[in-house]
Every structure is written in structure tokens, then in C-alpha cells.
Design a protein around this ligand. Structure first.
Ligand SMILES: [Zn+2]
Length: 109
């Protein structure tokens, strides 16, 4: 098994050189919210920066300022109790349950 040769430079390693080696190249991405708060986030160049970010001052959605404004992410559709109920039961089943409950209530009254 051949021994690996470890090359060492005789030059002392500067902190700048070390930083370049340790950290991936980064990009400053400006964001701004509707209340005109602006802030900058740092992302690695190879990681795509998100189009929106929560404003650290007011919590509103802030849009990226360095590119064409992207459409705001669509909120999830709100599902009502009725929608969830319909996932578990069919209408005939619900009608049957309702009739059963009504019989019970009328019987007790
Ligand atoms: Zn804000």
C-alpha cells in the first residue's frame, strides 16, 4: 500500500486563505417588505436564495429585491371541518348517522 504524500506549503496559512477554503462562495441577497424595511441575507452561491423571507422587523413577507419580483407563495387552501368529515364519511353514511342521532335525541326528549 503506497504511502500518500502529504504536501505542505512552507508559507504560513493566512486567515483569508483559510476562510476561502472553509466557506463556499457567498452572495448577499437584498430583501424588502411592504413596510419598506430592507435587509440583506447571505447565502452560499450554489444554494438558490428563496424569493421571499420573513421580515425580521415586522414579520411580514419580504420579497427579493435583486431580481424580478416573484409571485408570493400561495397560502394553503383552508380545509373546513366539513371537508375533513367528507374524507372519512360518505353522504349516505352521514345521513344515516344524523338519522340515528335524531332518533336518539327524540327518544330522550
Ligand atoms: Zn418589515
Amino acid at each position: 500500500m503506497p504511502a500518500k504524500t502529504i504536501r505542505r506549503t512552507r508559507q504560513p496559512v493566512t486567515t483569508e486563505a483559510l476562510e476561502q477554503e472553509v466557506f463556499a462562495p457567498r452572495a448577499q441577497v437584498p430583501y424588502g417588505c411592504e413596510r419598506r424595511h430592507s435587509f440583506t441575507l447571505t447565502f452560499a452561491v450554489d444554494a438558490p436564495a428563496p424569493s421571499h423571507w420573513d421580515c425580521p422587523r415586522c414579520g411580514q413577507l419580504a420579497a427579493r429585491q435583486d431580481s424580478a419580483p416573484a409571485p408570493a407563495p400561495q397560502p394553503k387552501p383552508v380545509r373546513s371541518h366539513w371537508d375533513r368529515l367528507l374524507q372519512r364519511r360518505t353522504i349516505p353514511e352521514l345521513e344515516e348517522l344524523l338519522a340515528e342521532r335524531l332518533r336518539e335525541m327524540r327518544g330522550q326528549a
